[in-house]
Write a protein that binds this ligand. Structure first.
Ligand code: FMN
Length: 286
């Protein structure tokens, strides 16, 4: 393991460790206007949602690591405290990247990157017509985190309206994670596309209280075959199967294992298809 100290490491190098490790990061494609009404559009991956009541998203235009200058977006939200957070999907990613070029103040990145302006309902900055989701926000606060190159500025945005294209909705009117095809930023020039095999579900352990990995019998917990993910699945069960349930399972599934590893391997195949209850019955019944 290498250990990198913030104090002893040049800022660009420390920056690259932070961005290489903290990701994939969602992208706010922020549309703002200056006090003369000139539009500006730029992407920011220092971005996330922090509250739904009130609905708050925060993004951070940082001072340039090269010359310490501020981003036009930051200047704009100080002049006109409104922003549209446009969500970026795969179909827009190349144009979004183009819009991040350091064009001079006043240059309209909607035009440079070839995006279509849509009027907003409650704020002055435009929405990006191509984006699957757009959020009209007022800026409640700007928090400066420092004065040097790389210093962030938290733009605290209160979401007033969310517009969602019908084509990314499922039959219940919710955003379908397969249809929205989100992209995210990673370290260096890397991006990530959230689609296909990259997507998977884990049941939320909010309404249930799992027994915990610490309650798994030692010979299962110390298995050479079962992974950390498998132990997480096993620990998420609320109750271990009863002896009756184990016996009933054994009676209808005549499995025989010659070694512990073989038993654990079989349990792993069940866990891989999310049959957690069955995996427990096999593990405890053999
Ligand atoms: C995907 C992506 C994410 C970015 N994230 C950030 C960020 O979080 N903070 C930042 O200061 N710059 C970020 N940048 C760089 C800005 O988009 C770039 O400096 C842009 O020119 C700023 O535009 P503006 O001066 O018009 O505000 C990002 C660039 C890309 C392509």
């Amino acid at each position: 393991m290498i250990t990198v100290s913030a104090k002893d490491t040049p800022q660009p190098q420390f920056h690259s460790y932070l961005l290489g490790a903290i990701g994939p990061r969602p992208i706010a494609f922020a549309s703002t206007i200056d006090k003369d009404g000139r539009p500006n559009l730029a992407p920011f991956s220092f971005f996330n949602v922090f509250s739904s009541n009130p609905p708050i998203a925060i993004f951070s235009p940082a001072r340039s690591g090269r010359d310490g200058t501020n981003k036009h977006t930051l200047e704009n939200v100080k002049e006109v405290p409104e922003v549209v957070l446009n969500i970026v999907n795969y179909d827009m990613v190349q144009q979004m990247s183009l819009a991040s070029s350091p064009y001079a103040k006043g240059v309209d990145e909607f035009e440079k990157a070839g995006f279509t302006k849509l009027a907003s309902q409650q704020v002055k900055p435009f929405r990006v017509a191509e984006a699957p989701v757009t959020m009209e926000c007022k800026v409640n606060q700007v928090i400066e985190l420092g004065q040097g190159g790389g210093a962030g500025n938290l733009v605290v945005c209160e979401v007033l309206l969310i517009h969602v294209k019908e084509e990314v909705l499922d039959e219940h009117g919710k955003i379908d994670q397969h249809k929205i095809d989100l992209v995210a930023r990673m370290g260096g020039n890397w991006y990530c596309r959230a689609h296909g095999d990259a997507l998977f579900e884990i049941a939320k352990p909010i309404t249930t209280l799992g027994i915990g990995v610490d309650a798994i019998p030692a010979e299962i917990k110390n298995s050479k075959v079962l992974s950390g993910n498998n132990l997480g699945q096993l620990g998420n069960i609320e109750h271990l199967p009863t002896q009756e349930e184990i016996n009933a399972y054994k009676a209808s599934n005549n499995k025989h294992f010659t070694t512990k590893d073989e038993l654990h391997q079989y349990a792993k195949t069940l866990l891989d298809v999310n049959k957690v209850g069955e995996a427990w019955k096999v593990l405890l019944g053999n």
